[in-house]
Design a protein around this ligand. Structure first.
Ligand SMILES: [Zn+2]
Length: 246
């Protein structure tokens, strides 16, 4: 707590300071409704939930796309091996030539192609199974994403409504503040200038021996002094507000 060398506050200055304290604390409380209210946190939470689900959905979608591309490749290979197998089998079956019918090389080729056809058929079945599971997951995620989006939109609308309400009250309070400011004396104005600019409510009340702005507990002699000589400007040494007895 420091004593100011500025001139003393008059009775009407003290009234203005108390009015200023009341008005600016309403301004602070009003803006806190938006920044510290549950609506902001709720919207952030819903937006994060939506984004998380959407990215999961996108990941599954690209997994499905990649798998479908694999499927096309496997299908093409399967068609090629099946075609070759058919050809070789026909060659073997229709051949009147002894060397074909008992050609071990052709037999081996048929058996290898047969193995390939089985291998690729199994591979395709595995892909189909995986796709089925992924499509199911994708459908569930799609539904979840839609729900999350709607919830986030509702939350956003609520936040916007609150914001409009807070802005409206703020405009009204600012108008009142302008009027009050224009009526302040030089002594009050010069003392207000000494309070840190980032502080909106520049005047605090003495509350049970503490600064009502930052809750710093004053010594009992200082509290007493503020009460007994309200006309001398006193500043809280913690937050820098002008402290008045109220
Ligand atoms: Zn303080």
């Amino acid at each position: 707590m420091t004593n100011s060398n500025d001139k003393q506050f008059s009775e009407s200055d003290l009234e203005s300071l108390i009015a200023l304290q009341s008005l600016t604390s309403r301004i602070v409380k009003n803006s806190l409704r938006l920044s510290a209210g549950p609506q902001s946190g709720d919207f952030r939470e819903k937006a994060v939930a939506y984004k998380r689900l959407k990215s999961q959905f996108d990941a599954v979608s690209s997994e499905i796309e990649a798998l479908k591309a694999d499927q096309l490749q496997v299908e093409a290979e399967l068609a090629r091996f099946s075609g070759e197998l058919e050809k070789s089998k026909k060659l073997l079956a229709n051949s009147s030539q002894k060397e074909y019918r008992f050609n071990p090389k052709l037999q081996l080729q048929i058996s290898e192609l047969d193995g390939k056809v089985t291998e690729y058929t199994e591979a395709e079945l595995r892909i189909i199974d995986k796709l089925e599971a992924l499509e199911k997951k994708s459908a569930q995620l799609d539904a979840d994403v839609k729900v999350a989006y709607r919830e986030a939109a509702v939350s956003k609308a609520e936040l916007d409504r609150l914001k409009a309400e807070v802005d409206e009250v703020q405009d009204e309070l600012n108008r009142e503040l302008d009027i009050l400011r224009s009526s302040l004396s030089e002594v009050v104005l010069s003392n207000l200038k000494r309070v840190p600019s980032e502080i909106v409510d520049k005047v605090s009340l003495l509350v049970g021996g503490s600064c009502g702005g930052c809750r710093l507990m004053f010594s009992s002699s200082l509290s007493e002094k503020i009460r007994r000589s309200p006309s001398s400007p006193n500043f809280c040494e913690e937050c820098g507000r002008i402290v008045v007895s109220g």
